[in-house]
Design a protein around this ligand. Structure first.
Ligand code: C5P
Length: 302
């Protein structure tokens, strides 16, 4: 996680993720689903600025990036209340460590919500890392990991600094994976979003016969086409049933020259893998003209 410290405050860049592989292995007795997923961190960021509050209060504000986007709907913002994962992470740290220190948390949102890009999870991970530093709590990585896993299944991934990881369990068991090449993506977020819980409720264990290992192998051989053949998301079918816009995006992406394409996480974002940055920019321009939602060009991180 990139960060910089200035005048007692900490500023962190919280990246989005894409799932190139997400296989639901079964339903667990705790109501969660056992997963095998390959997540890639991409260069689409929220920014979190944390400054000390001398009165010992915790407060949060949330803004959009102020970027004018022609033709795109105005970005929704999460409520900056106690349900927000940022404040939940801050409150959990205060409760566990007993610190009475306060903080002002300013979040600039660029990652769309309810989109399968884990923006809220990434913001929560940034909060844990930033407050650990600002409050000088000296929590070890394994302690931060445990708090992250308590808050949400995707949050531990963002604590590892690797560009990608294979995640298991409910998503919280993270095996970091350095990426040998830079991947170029176009991401579309249709007007509608989906709740993760609603999509998981509709899913079934996957008939997919391969594992993330084949995708990892293709990636290490630098074979983009073989990687794309291994793309899988068990949540895509239920998401398409719940939100017709995902199917519309799938059909649109299939008619363009992407190397491969798929929905990310529980949706509704849809991504296409491209051969280069230029290729991604060309296809993104076409996608913007099609007016199917917000469009982003993003690369995997080094
Ligand atoms: O862990 P998190 O709070 O992000 O999960 C949100 C919801 O998604 C859970 O309440 C659960 O319904 C569903 N989920 C699941 N299996 C997972 C992860 C999430 O069923 N592995």
């Amino acid at each position: 996680m990139q960060s910089r410290d200035q005048f007692n405050s900490v500023t962190l860049a919280a990246p989005a993720k894409l799932n190139l592989f997400l296989k639901v292995l079964g339903r667990r007795s705790d109501g969660y689903h056992e997963l095998e997923t390959l997540m890639v961190s991409v260069g689409l960021y929220d920014t979190l600025r944390i400054s000390p509050d001398p009165e010992g209060r915790l407060s949060m504000s949330c803004h959009d990036s102020g970027r004018v986007q022609t033709g795109a709907p105005k970005r929704e913002l999460p409520p900056a209340d106690a349900d927000n994962l940022v404040l939940r992470a801050a409150n959990l740290l205060r409760q566990i460590t007993g610190t009475k220190q306060g903080a002002r948390l300013e979040l600039i949102k660029r990652i769309p919500m309810a989109a399968g890009l884990a923006g809220g999870s990434s913001d929560a991970a940034a909060t844990l890392v930033g407050l650990n530093r600002l409050w000088n709590l000296q929590l070890a990585p394994h302690e931060l990991h445990d708090f992250a896993a308590q808050l949400g299944s995707d949050i531990p991934f963002f604590l590892c600094s690797a560009a990608a990881a294979v995640c298991r369990g409910r998503g919280e068991i993270v095996e970091p994976l350095p990426l040998p090449l830079r991947l170029h993506f176009v991401i579309a977020r249709p007007p509608g979003g989906l709740s993760t819980a609603a999509v998981f409720k509709q899913c079934r264990p996957s008939p997919c016969t391969w594992s993330s290992a084949q995708l990892v192998e293709a990636c290490f051989q630098g074979r983009l086409d073989s990687m794309a053949i291994c793309f899988h998301n068990s949540l895509q079918e239920p998401a398409e049933r719940l939100c017709a816009e995902v199917g519309t995006l799938r059909r649109w992406f299939a008619r363009q020259g992407f190397v491969g394409h798929m929905m990310s996480g529980s949706g509704t974002s849809y991504f296409g893998l491209c051969r280069s940055r230029r290729h991604a920019q060309q296809l993104a321009a076409r996608l913007k003209a099609a007016r199917l939602g917000d469009v982003f060009v993003a690369q995997s991180r080094p």
